[in-house]
Design a protein around this ligand. Sequence first.
Ligand SMILES: Cc1cc2nc3c(=O)[nH]c(=O)nc-3n(C[C@H](O)[C@H](O)[C@H](O)COP(=O)(O)OP(=O)(O)OC[C@H]3O[C@@H](n4cnc5c(N)ncnc54)[C@H](O)[C@@H]3O)c2cc1C
Length: 404
Amino acid sequence: MSDFSLELNEDQLQVQKWVHDFAEATVRPAAHEWDEREETPWPLIEEAARIGLYSLDFVSSCFDDPTGLLMPIVNEELCWGDAGIALSIFGSTLGVAGILANGTPEQIAEWVPQCFGTPDDIKLAAFAVSEPDAGSDVSSLRTRAAYDQATDTWVLNGTKTWITNGGIADVHVVVASVDPELGARGQASFVVPPGTPGIRQGQKFKKMGIRASHTAEVILEDCRVPGSCLLGGKEKLDERMARAREGKPAKVQAAMATFEATRPAVGAQAVGIARAAYEFALDYAKERVQFGRPIIENQGIAFKLADMKTRIDAARLLCHRAAWMGRTGKAFASGEGSMSKLFAGETAVWVTEQAIQVLGGYGYVRDYPVERWHRDSKIYTIFEGTSEIQRLVIARAISGMHIQ
Ligand SMILES: Cc1cc2nc3c(=O)[nH]c(=O)nc-3n(C[C@H](O)[C@H](O)[C@H](O)COP(=O)(O)OP(=O)(O)OC[C@H]3O[C@@H](n4cnc5c(N)ncnc54)[C@H](O)[C@@H]3O)c2cc1C
């Protein structure tokens, strides 16, 4: 008998149902309102915290799942409810991932709980890498971190942009350049603790989609953090920069390590949006009558739905494979993490557009959720690495060459 199975285990099925029920009963009914309001949906975050969904314990249990699948499963279900609200609930995990990827065990124990707080005192986290002049090219960050030996503090200066939870987070994880001449190898991640002077929100962006999720600039002006806030510690950073100066090969870059670990879960969010649109379109196509028969009885519509379902399942399998590989320490020899996010993001954009087509005029108006799902899906070809950057990662991995 073989051990191999693509079936979810009992624990995974139970958690999947629990998140789905919350998404169905609480998140989806609120989606339209918070999309229109373009504000952080605090009552939804509070409710998620009350039931234990927004909590360190729950996120830890997802990270701990030995198969790695729980994280994408949970992300898919919550985004099936609504991606904007889901990102408000799960936006903090990006900051958490930044701490987990680079922090020492002591730093993880100190800062990760503070990213969530408690149901009575909710805290948020943010991960700030992108800058106005450094998006895809994360090696060219201008935000500087200067070490002040006399006080054992780091002084951060610069502007971060497009930051999820930026400025409203309690814990900001900021990637800054210590030695710009070394590019990405001269960068490090810093925790900016709650209440630190010198960090503030800049403009808040009005977006096309995921409008319930807060996206803003973060301005750092002589923002001083203790030496202990350098994730991984100074010794490790000095060692890494010395290797770079001697021309020795790099280990893992600070920002890239975080993105690799989070890509399959982000892909799964896109799968959740696509599935929502597909299910809605399928039901609609069975009910909508034109020319005296349900529109699904036309191959032109039925084949569209067949393709939508096929691509969604393929995207989910890629996300699950990459999450499993990440959790079990398999090498991403062909950029499988990037493949999952690339395919899931583009699938979500395509599927939601097809869903609009299936609904016709009803798909184009805000009385129905389908146009919102299309707007929400588009971010998945942009953030956490654009589709082009995912292709670059895959192309370099499969060719072993430095494709430009
Ligand atoms: C809603 C939202 C939330 C976000 N949240 C966060 C966050 O929490 N933290 C964070 O740090 N960042 C966040 N981002 C930033 C996001 O990761 C960047 O927008 C993204 O990396 C792209 O960078 P850019 O916008 O500067 O585009 P650019 O890098 O300027 O790219 C513009 C275009 O050029 C293409 N391009 C660039 N280089 C190449 C190349 N070498 N080959 C081929 N094509 C290329 C890109 O694919 C893209 O199509 C968020 C963005 C948005 C919109």
